[in-house]
Write a protein that binds this ligand. Sequence first.
Ligand code: NCD
Length: 320
Amino acid sequence: MAFRATHLLGIEHLAPPEITALLDLADTYVDLNRRTVKHANALAGMTQINMFFEASTRTQASFELAGKRLGADVMNMAMQASSLKKGETLIDTALTLNAMHPDLLVVRHPHSGAVNLLAQKVNCAVLNAGDGRHEHPTQALLDALTIRRRKGRLHRLTVAICGDIAHSRVARSNILLLGKMEARIRLIGPPTLMPSGVADWGVEVTDNMAEGLKGADVVMMLRLQKERMDGAFIPSEREYFHRFGLDAEKLAHAHPEAIVMHPGPMNRGVEIDGTLADDINRSVIQEQVEMGVAVRMAAMDLLARNLRAARGMAAMGEGA
Ligand code: NCD
């Protein structure tokens, strides 16, 4: 099977055929999700625990629905801010949960690398639902599925990623995925919101929207991640919208059939004009949410297959 990963910690660890296999399976789950009866049994009898140490609306709901539609027993842990003070606490929590024999752990954490650390301590499949500014693999996969269904391919498309790149795990995972799938990437934003070292990433970088959007097939807007800013990165939100906010006028520089994306939650009137975000002829923002459930079903299905295979081999080893 093309998909060999045992955890989904980041796009960094996936090979292009694994990405394609996951997206192909997700396409079948899109069809299932459009039926009235949405049940499949890929995770029947398995236990999925969602641990969100950071606020989330769509990602948590999406993982919960995905698990339930595949027949898993899904538990959402209410992680209070007080429980994330120390790395030790995270590991202790993980070990405690591990003793209850979960099969899938879905984790969101404000610290980059926390989910990888946790994965080393448990013996089930771990899915990263966003760690700090590091990675958010299922978001990049759902974005890729949305693009692939709309544009028929990923390679040789020009994708403009605009806004707060520096603080965005969504941008990082998307840059990795689109790079692996041979799309052309342009990053647009003020220099204060570009990560250090971006010059070595092999992507085009500009602080001019007209230039960056020119001929783009996909325009991906990012939220200003104020919770991760520890200083003044922009002069004012009004000024930011004027220079970097996407509206119909700036979008006119892109390809006439360019699609507009945003991972949500949106700040209307800050990074994107509200009317454009709602324009079903240009915006695929709701479709991204739909694709999110299908991609998470595919990811958990594939990880569960590998988990069963690994446990089966271990059991045979024990028997020998
Ligand atoms: C993103 C996140 O949490 O990283 N949201 C999401 O998962 N849909 C982006 C964001 O918070 O801006």
